[in-house]
Design a protein around this ligand. Structure first.
Ligand SMILES: Cc1cc2nc3c(=O)[nH]c(=O)nc-3n(C[C@H](O)[C@H](O)[C@H](O)COP(=O)(O)OP(=O)(O)OC[C@H]3O[C@@H](n4cnc5c(N)ncnc54)[C@H](O)[C@@H]3O)c2cc1C
Length: 490
């Protein structure tokens, strides 16, 4: 076998979204840090975030109210201790990113706070409808100023290097070549799983690789069946950079109404908060209307808004709709529910520690327990900040020593007779708002067989590795879905 040369760092962070970059900045200037990401910062969900960051910062607000809304939206199965940390440490992290140069929309009366679903009041800090892009770009400017941070942005990380119950590095493909990186601490910040579905708002490449690598290494997971579908993905633009363009909940926050073909208001009589009910309620209602009336989409009616107001408040959404021939101030927008956010992930404590020593998980790939069964809108960017900083502090407290692992050798990977596209379509049909258990059971068995007896093994290459990770994760997800169904039936 051919040995592979390794490079050593103090900390390796996989992922260049808000969770990864903010954690890196919180580690200070003394450690040698490596950030590995498949694409540049524009290929992250953080970059796409429109609405903003939920923070109890308004005069009439406080962390108790934010706590109550988060718990209620999560169906009270959230971890209350984690939620307490999230809401109590929100403002200090906001102050920190403001110190990095982030400027939220404000006027002489203070912050211009947005209102989103299941929030009792306006509490979303925002920058127009491009909050993620602007926050992430500002944070990345600070990263570029750091001499102790190296970023490789064409690196597909595919395996955790583990031995004796700890994680000491990762293997990655860079320009088709296998590279090995060792470190005392490894942080997974690889985001969610949206691209496992063909109808998703998520960026290309966000398909749960980090979680799959954790599963492969025996790391504990939680909430694997907890998928959040956003009610209002723009219909009919599936090929918009490989995803559905999101029509932010903030548009409903400005009074937009959901209507069926006969222009009935579909949320009437369903929930007291109507269009601003929790996402799972709104998505399920739309799904029922689509099924009962055999419609391809419902309408989001924002025509009560003045065009200049819409353009100024939602410049990105306005531009996208206009590109599709829809002027949202004059014409209703066709929308469908889309896979949007993953509440499940690698189980962590309140400091980002996973069950594998030396391995941390932050952001959407982690399961801190804050979101329960249904994430409250705009709590996820907040989670990346609050728990990213906590993980960084835990790393600084740890010895951070690089353990002397054996030399790494090229290992072959299994390959399957399966297409990623057909799996995405299968997930959309069967693991969507409504689950089809017979199909799920069959597919679980098929994946188990494929994983047990692959067609063969060959040297690491991106296509095989990608299918392998996706199969590992989907298999685990389906297994848990069936188990949950069986428990509920007892
Ligand atoms: C359209 C949209 C709008 C949203 N709006 C909001 C909002 O307004 N407010 C809010 O709170 N939340 C919002 N969310 C959710 C929020 O954006 C995400 O939950 C959050 O940004 C996740 O951050 P992250 O850093 O964990 O992951 P991401 O930002 O998704 O970053 C993941 C990183 O991991 C890298 N990666 C993944 N796998 C590998 C691998 N194998 N090897 C190397 N690199 C890898 C990716 O390249 C990327 O750099 C929105 C999501 C979407 C999709």
């Amino acid at each position: 076998m051919m040995a592979v040369v390794r490079e050593t760092f103090d900390v390796i962070i996989v992922g260049a979204g808000l969770a990864g970059l903010y954690t890196a900045l919180q580690l200070g200037s003394d450690l040698k840090i490596l950030i590995l990401s498949e694409g540049d910062i524009t290929g992250t969900n953080s970059y796409l975030a429109q609405g903003g960051i939920a923070t109890a910062i308004g005069e009439a607000d406080d962390s108790e109210k934010h706590f109550a809304d988060t718990m209620a939206c999560g169906h009270f199965v959230n971890d209350p201790e984690a939620v307490r940390v999230l809401v109590d440490e929100a403002v200090e992290n906001i102050r920190t990113i403001e110190g990095f140069g982030v400027r939220f929309d404000a006027d002489e009366r203070g912050y211009k706070l947005g209102l989103e679903g299941a929030h009792a009041m306006a509490r979303i800090l925002r920058m127009g409808d491009h909050t993620g892009k602007t926050v992430l770009s500002t944070i990345y400017e600070r990263i570029m100023e750091k001499d102790n941070i190296t970023h490789y942005d064409g690196a597909y990380v595919y395996r955790l290097i583990t031995a004796g119950g700890f994680c000491g590095g990762v293997e990655a493909l860079i320009e088709g070549t296998q590279r090995v990186f060792m470190a005392g601490s490894v942080v997974l910040a690889t985001g969610g799983v949206g691209q496992l579905f063909s109808n998703t708002t998520n960026a290309i490449g966000i398909e749960g690789t980090g979680i799959a690598m954790g599963i492969e290494a025996g790391v504990k997971t939680a909430g694997l069946t907890d998928l959040q579908f956003h009610p209002t993905g723009l219909y009919g633009n599936d090929h918009y950079e490989g995803r559905h363009f999101l029509i932010s909940e903030a548009v409903r926050g400005e009074g937009a109404i959901l209507r069926d073909e006969k222009l009935n208001r579909i949320m009437d009589g369903v929930h007291p908060m109507k269009e601003l009910a929790p996402r799972d309620v709104v998505s399920k209602t739309i799904h029922e209307v689509l099924a009962n009336q055999s419609l391809p989409y419902v309408y989001l009616d924002a025509t009560h808004l003045d065009e200049s107001f819409f353009r100024e408040r939602f410049p990105t959404i306005y531009e996208c709709c206009m590109n599709y021939g829809i002027n949202p101030a004059h014409t209703m927008i066709p929308v469908v529910p889309c896979m949007h956010y993953y509440m499940g992930g690698l189980k962590t404590d309140l400091d980002g520690n996973t069950s594998l020593r030396g391995l941390y998980a932050v952001g959407e790939c982690s399961h801190t327990g804050v979101h329960g069964k249904n994430r409250l809108a705009s709590n996820s960017l907040l989670e990346t900040l609050v728990f990213g900083r906590r993980a960084a502090r835990a790393i600084l407290r740890s010895s951070g020593k690089t353990e002397d692992l054996r030399w790494i050798h090229l290992r072959e990977v299994p390959y399957f007779n399966m297409s990623f596209g057909s799996l995405q379509n299968w997930m959309t049909r069967n693991m969507g708002v409504v689950k089809h258990y017979d199909e799920i059971s069959d597919m679980r068995k098929k994946l188990e067989m494929a994983l047990w007896e692959p067609m063969g093994y060959r040297l690491p290459n991106w296509e095989d590795l990608r299918l392998f990770h996706v199969s590992v994760l989907v298999h685990e997800m389906l297994k848990k879905t069936i188990e949950e169904r069986d428990e509920n039936e007892v």
